[in-house]
Design a protein around this ligand. Structure first.
Ligand SMILES: [Zn+2]
Length: 195
């Protein structure tokens, strides 16, 4: 560099000038006192196919796969379907509903939770199965809920006091099962945080 140092705007400085300009930004030999280091692990079951599931879970997943036919996804061609069994035994469905004004669209999971809360207020979701049909590509591996839906699951679990089991799969192929939807959103923001 021939003794020339560059500033952030490309200005040239001698080493002496450069050190003088930048050294005040750093604390040399600062000791970091870490209080703890924590690790969060997520556990989920993997099944080769729907045929390996219990009859109850297979029923929900089959329904979620079929529900993709009721999706309204003219923009993405990515049709999502969900079916849940509630604590009271009732079944509720949801599908993604898109909109030309993209943010107005809503995911299948949140359609389902809104429907469940409207039809059966206060009743928790025991298990939800989520599937999809990708008209532009493969539908043979599990997909996971988006971040907003994970946050909605957190609130739904909190307000109903019921842990939600989650079954994830495409139209064919392997199946993932999580025992708690909150495993999808560690360290989530909750109403308690605002107290
Ligand atoms: Zn979503």
């Amino acid at each position: 560099m021939n003794g020339i140092f560059k500033g952030i705007k490309g200005q040239a400085f001698t080493k002496k000038q450069f050190v003088k300009l930048t050294s005040h930004k750093f604390t040399v030999n600062q000791t970091l006192r870490k209080m703890a280091e924590r690790k969060i692990e997520v556990q989920y079951e993997v099944y080769e196919a729907i045929s390996e599931l219990s009859p109850e879970d297979a029923f929900l997943l089959k329904s979620a796969r079929e529900q993709t036919a009721n999706s309204y996804a003219p923009y993405s061609d990515f049709c999502v379907g969900a079916t849940a069994r509630l604590v009271n035994g009732e079944l509720v469905n949801g599908t993604n509903q898109e909109n030309a004004s993209f943010p107005a669209g809503i995911c299948a999971e949140r359609v389902l939770m809104s429907t469940a809360a409207s039809l059966y207020p206060g009743v928790g979701v025991k298990t939800i199965a989520i599937s999809y049909l990708n008209k532009k590509g493969d539908s043979n591996h599990p997909i996971s809920p988006c971040g907003i839906c994970r946050q909605s699951f957190a609130e739904f679990q909190m307000r109903t006091g019921q842990t939600i089991r989650v079954i994830l799969s495409g139209q064919t192929g392997p199946v993932y099962i999580l025992e708690n939807a909150m495993d999808l959103l560690p360290l989530s923001f909750k109403a308690d945080d605002m107290k």
